[in-house]
Design a protein around this ligand. Structure first.
Ligand code: PBG
Length: 331
């Protein structure tokens, strides 16, 4: 047919796909464990290791176990960890989040001591520590933005003092980055880096995390502070706000259903951009793979590649350790 039309095929694209070597040479997008961050759930106590329902292969660890886990993560070549506290007790004001010598500051110090080359990030939010499960203090049935800010600031200072390289406010309170930057600077912690969970959406894909952290809201939902998934322009406004407030790194979260948001953020902003591939994104692949419906490795790597191709510099993913090992095996 082509001959009949006398069309000269001067661009046979299949030439560039002919061998594995040519394909590897021409890969436009590459993954590297340097860009991975592994979330770690930390428990009180000693010698504790609990499986997380809905996230096969993921566990909560007491600090001593978390330290061993962090060493395995670092061994795999993963560059960073993000610590989340799962405290034994909670209260109305989320005191555990910002207590001096609290769970996360102790975990940060222990991980930093044993694995100084790991970039240690700490999530800054109240939801794991409040009895009602909201990300801020509740007054008259709603989450009080301005009353929450100083508590987030206090938490960030405690975490940075304990040695966290990066503090990452995820509460979606207006002004949280500015508050944290100001309090860090006032405390002399000028090198503590702030990564804003800038465009964090009210996503159904956080469900396994909330089970892992025991942080589901006891009433209502998070839609008065987290963004509605429909809004990309508003996501850009959130990121621009965080940039103005002094964020060093910005984030889009979740990742898989928000690749257009990642891509636009990449084009509009010059700051390092993180994407958080959240718990439900991990669970989906694990469940399908567990049923034999998907191949875990190729599915996970295709998704991570897509997030990278969309423009993320940093990928926070529960597959971090495993993906680093797959890369080492020559993915
Ligand atoms: C804390 C926080 C959440 C996640 C990260 N930080 C939960 C939430 O907002 O309900 C979700 C991460 C995940 O699902 O993997 N606010």
């Amino acid at each position: 047919m082509l001959e009949q039309q006398k069309v000269r095929l001067d661009s046979r694209l299949r030439r560039l796909r002919r061998t594995e070597s040519i394909r590897r040479m021409l890969r436009e997008t590459r993954l590297h464990p340097d860009m991975f961050v592994m979330p770690v759930f930390v428990l009180e106590g000693h010698g504790r290791l609990e499986e997380i329902e809905g996230m096969p292969g993921m566990h909560r660890y007491s600090i001593d176990e978390a330290v061993k886990h962090a060493s395995r993560i670092a061994d795999a070549g993963v560059r960073g960890v993000m610590l989340f506290g799962v405290p034994d007790t909670k209260d109305e004001r989320g005191t555990g989040a910002y207590a001096r010598g609290g769970l996360i500051p102790r975990a940060i110090a222990a991980v930093k001591r044993s694995n100084p080359e790991l970039v240690v990030m700490a999530d800054v939010c109240l939801c794991e520590y409040t009895s009602h499960g909201h990300c801020g203090v509740v007054s008259a049935g709603s989450v009080d933005n301005d009353a929450t800010l100083p508590l987030l600031g206090k938490a960030a200072v405690e975490y940075a003092r304990a040695g966290a390289d990066v503090v990452a406010p995820s509460a979606m309170m207006d002004g949280q980055v500015l508050e944290i930057r100001t309090e860090l600077d006032d405390a002399g912690l000028v090198d503590a880096t702030v990564m804003g969970y800038s465009a964090k959406h009210a996503s159904t894909f956080y469900k396994p995390f909330r089970n892992a952290a025991g942080s589901a809201p006891a009433f209502g939902d998070r839609r008065t502070y987290q963004m509605q998934p429909e809004n990309r322009r508003e996501a850009m406004r959130e990121i621009a706000r965080d940039v103005k407030e002094g964020a060093d790194i910005v984030m889009v979260k979740p990742a898989l259903a928000y690749l257009d948001v990642i891509s636009e953020a990449r084009r509009r902003f010059d700051l390092p951009l993180a994407a958080y591939s959240v718990s439900g994104e991990y669970s989906m692949i694990k469940a399908a793979a567990g049923s034999g419906w998907l191949d875990e490795k190729t599915a996970a790597m295709e998704v991570l590649t897509g997030i990278r191709r969309a423009g993320a510099d940093i990928i926070i993913t529960y597959f971090a350790e495993q993906a680093a090992r797959w890369l080492e095996e020559g993915w």
